[in-house]
Design a protein around this ligand. Structure first.
Ligand SMILES: Cc1cc2nc3c(=O)[nH]c(=O)nc-3n(C[C@H](O)[C@H](O)[C@H](O)COP(=O)(O)OP(=O)(O)OC[C@H]3O[C@@H](n4cnc5c(N)ncnc54)[C@H](O)[C@@H]3O)c2cc1C
Length: 471
């Protein structure tokens, strides 16, 4: 134990993507504040450190990373399943981005101190302590302003998560990360998990010459996905982006019931699903391209019998039935749940700031906006009024709950001139990125922007009634 206390204005727990986005904006908006960042990991980027080698962000990189520097190359993919759409940064690029932000911006500022391989521990006495994972040194931190909790995502990825099903001795079962280290073909491959990671495993197998007939896909729950082509940066995509928003808001306004809403969203191409005959029971902000979807639909052996309970050498046991299995099967675990329910806390909580989402599927933009609000708005009630928490997505009704909270926040942001001015120039604000380049004299596009804003207002007014039908 080292009794030398540390001192800081802000103690930030975590150097994951949200914590990095928060500190980046805080440094710009407060000229003197000092920050101490601690993380158990050796490198910034949080869960991206554990991701599979071919992982990519699944939204355009144009609004991922920190606000002060671009992550995107500005290039479109020319080949592959994302061809024609703006490229999505690889995991390595995401990690390089955050490492450069730390090394080239945060540390040289002289205002950020970074303790990697360091565990934050809240003392029962209310004290804040940080413990070096390697050296064992424990130090108390005197926090002059606030503790910022960047750990609420509790992101689970297969490499760090133990599957909940049992695996009999002799069965080959690997996390998705280990696919890239395979040294021999297997007769069959079974992908366990129906989320974005499961999709990436299936696409990887197909891309490496495994015929669809050799793949079994365990799908406990079907999901609604967003078609990535609907939200792309670049002025050439302006009409399609606005059309996408109008379609979503229009569907909300016109829907008679929640079921009718999802039917309309699908009919307008705003949401897509793997099998049009199967009703999705989950929504996780996942995105796909139409080409990816077409390829995935070639896998016929999709098992919808609940969660996997056990893998035995020649059979698998699921919630609802047991099925025979080929002895030479490689099981690919993709069952970790990347997104966890949020803790039911406000963003601004006295001496604590919780980095939670304040806009639909945008955790990094949310963190940057929270830093701006912390720096420019006086009391917690006013801050929380601008930063009502947007629930994390799990089931389809969360699509509505997320929009209800996001639209209410956006309406309040528009009433705040300083925040509004920041929003117009913030590169993490997907809406301003999509409208970038629209000239004041471009009457047609300006009219479309106004039309979308008006429809958003109508949708915000209609959502409570639709949500009430579910209670
Ligand atoms: C494969 C994948 C792709 C994704 N793609 C996108 C995308 O395209 N767009 C998008 O917006 N979102 C995407 N997401 C969602 C993603 O969760 C967020 O974008 C973001 O990376 C979450 O970052 P975070 O900092 O909140 O959490 P984390 O990455 O989980 O970081 C939390 C950090 O806190 C540290 N920590 C926790 N407890 C302690 C403690 N007591 N002491 C010290 N350190 C601690 C952890 O070590 C970790 O580094 C994706 C998620 C996954 C899994």
């Amino acid at each position: 134990m080292d009794s030398t206390p540390l001192e800081t204005d802000y103690l930030v727990i975590g150097t994951g993507a949200t914590a990095m986005a928060f500190v980046d904006t805080l440094l710009d908006e407060q000229s003197n504040a000092t920050v101490l960042m601690v993380d158990r990991l050796h490198r910034p980027g949080g869960h991206w450190n554990h991701a599979y080698p071919w992982v990519r962000v699944h939204q355009p990189s144009a609004w991922y990373g920190v606000a002060s520097r671009e992550l995107a190359s500005g290039e479109k993919d020319k080949v592959g399943l994302n061809a024609g759409l703006y490229s999505m940064a690889s995991g390595a690029e995401v990690l390089a981005h955050f490492d450069q932000v730390m090394q080239q911006r945060f540390l040289p500022s002289g205002r950020v101190r970074w303790l990697p391989m360091t565990d934050y521990q809240a003392g029962t006495d209310g004290a804040h302590r940080v413990a070096s994972v390697v050296g064992g040194v424990v130090q108390t931190v005197h926090v002059r302003r606030k503790v910022v909790d960047g750990t609420h995502a509790r992101t689970e990825v297969p490499a760090t998560h133990r599957p909940r099903y049992t695996v009999a001795p002799g069965v080959d079962c690997i996390p998705i990360n280990d696919l890239a280290s395979l040294s021999r073909p297997h007769a069959h491959y079974t992908v366990v998990g129906s989320g974005k990671t499961g999709i990436d495993a299936c696409l990887w197998l197909l891309a490496h010459g495994v015929a669809p007939s050799r793949i079994r896909w365990i799908m406990p729950r079907d999901a609604w996905f967003m078609d990535r082509a609907n939200f792309q940066p670049g002025l050439e995509n302006f009409e399609r982006n606005m059309g996408y928003s109008l379609n979503q808001f229009g569907a909300i306004v016109e829907a008679a019931t929640p079921a009718d809403l999802f039917a309309r969203l699908e009919a307008k191409g705003a949401l897509v699903r793997l099998d049009p005959k199967v009703e999705p029971t989950t929504y996780r902000c996942g995105t796909v391209s139409r080409d990816e979807l077409a390829l995935l639909r070639g896998i016929a052996d999709v098992v919808r019998l609940g969660r996997l309970q056990a893998i035995e050498p020649t059979r698998i046991v699921l919630d609802k039935a047991a099925l025979p299995a080929n002895l030479d099967t490689l099981y690919v675990d993709c069952s970790a749940s990347a997104i966890q329910p949020l803790p039911g806390l406000p963003v601004f909580d006295g001496a604590r700031i919780n980095l939670l989402m304040v806009r639909f599927c945008q955790p990094l933009f949310s963190a940057a906006l929270i830093a701006f609000v912390e720096s420019h708005v006086e009391d917690d009630a006013a801050r929380n009024a601008l930063c009502a928490v947007v629930p994390s997505p799990e089931v389809p009704r969360d699509w509505m709950r997320m929009w209800a909270a996001s639209l209410a926040n956006a309406a309040r942001w528009r009433q705040h001139p300083t925040l509004n001015a920041w929003l117009m120039k913030c590169r993490l604000n997907g809406q301003s990125v999509m409208a970038r380049g629209v000239l004041p004299e471009d009457n047609a596009r300006i009219a479309l922007l106004h039309q979308t804003g008006a429809k958003a207002g109508e949708a915000a007014a209609r959502l409570p009634a639709l949500l009430a039908m579910l209670s």
